[in-house]
Design a protein around this ligand. Structure first.
Ligand SMILES: Cc1cc2nc3c(=O)[nH]c(=O)nc-3n(C[C@H](O)[C@H](O)[C@H](O)COP(=O)(O)OP(=O)(O)OC[C@H]3O[C@@H](n4cnc5c(N)ncnc54)[C@H](O)[C@@H]3O)c2cc1C
Ligand code: FES
Length: 267
């Protein structure tokens, strides 16, 4: 789904749930965004004087008018958002972007790493509600850094945590979790991989999907300027009729079919 309309609302913080010392779920009362958001779309948030920052929608509850985003504290903007008190008003623009395709899939492998795990939770909830078989794997450096394991298990037929330092369900990366899940459950005619995470992870997912000839959609977290299609600061290299071109992550993305991406040109 593509949203070009510039929707704006004042959202109110209803709670901040810390998952560890760096990551938290920010819960917002934002009825319009809750009604409109589709898995894979993002919102732009800003408090006080700060500039807009993009975050994937991690959960919605349209009846209660609630939107949740997962935030990793990395700098000024994320720090300011996570310092807010309950009841604080913030600016919300969106939801924006082209989300995950939900049609024509009956078995989904949902693979995440870094802050890319947050929007996958929303995707899993919606896939589940549509009767799709869901197998999920998230990669972390260490088991201590693993987040939301129970939440992912609750909405997956099988969920695996992969840890590079060992100690998880799988030793290795998120792609090793994908490999283990696929070995156990294989494919149907309508199997698709959904991935969100850092570029090296997405690149590895693409390679794995090429080898196994599986369709995949990858969600990118490219740096953004405006966030709604004007500045072209979020260009992602794509192939159109075999020629290199650039799409905007904030409008044509953040979710792209893996076959559209010019992986060699991606830095
Ligand atoms: C479509 C999209 C969805 C996103 N979803 C989420 C999400 O669900 N949860 C979440 O925590 N973050 C998400 N991000 C990343 C988030 O927007 C940035 O972490 C945030 O804007 C940083 O703001 P800041 O002011 O705290 O950091 P800054 O002070 O601007 O920068 C702090 C550090 O973070 C780095 N950084 C800033 N933006 C990015 C980025 N886009 N990718 C990688 N590194 C970055 C900077 O280089 C710097 O090292 C998403 C980004 C995009 C484009
Ligand atoms: S961030 Fe400005 S066009 Fe995408």
């Amino acid at each position: 789904m593509t949203m070009n309309a510039r929707l704006k609302e004042t959202a109110h913080v209803t709670g901040i749930e810390w998952l560890d010392s760096e990551n938290a779920l920010l819960r917002l009362n934002a009825p319009e965004a809750a009604r409109l958001a589709q898995p894979g779309q993002f919102v732009l948030l800003a408090a006080g004087q700060m500039l807009n920052r993009p975050f994937g929608v991690a959960l919605t509850d349209p009846d209660a008018g609630m939107v949740t985003v997962g935030i990793k504290k990395v700098g000024i903007g994320t720090g300011a958002l996570l310092d807010l008190e309950q009841g604080s008003a913030i600016r919300l623009l969106g939801p924006f972007g082209h989300g995950f395709s939900l049609d024509n899939v009956n078995r989904a492998y949902v693979i995440g790493g870094g802050t890319g795990i947050f929007p996958l939770l929303f995707l899993l909830h919606v896939l589940r509600s549509r009767g799709v078989e869901t197998f999920a794997g998230c990669g972390f450096r260490t088991l201590q850094q693993a987040l939301l394991q129970e939440d992912f298990s609750d909405v997956s037929d099988q969920y695996l945590t992969a840890c590079e330092s060992g100690g998880g369900d799988v030793s290795g990366t998120a792609v090793d979790a994908l490999d283990a899940l696929y070995l156990g459950h294989g494919r149907t005619e309508r199997t698709r991989v959904f991935a969100c995470g850092p570029i090296p992870m997405l690149r590895a997912v693409n390679r794995w999907c090429e080898t196994h000839d599986v369709a995949a959609e990858c969600s990118f977290e490219a740096r953004m300027g405006c966030g709604f299609g004007i500045c072209r600061g979020c260009a992602v290299p794509v192939l159109k009729a075999g020629a290199l071109d650039y799409d905007r992550c904030c409008v044509e993305g953040p979710v792209f079919d893996r076959r559209l991406i010019a992986w060699e040109a991606l830095s």
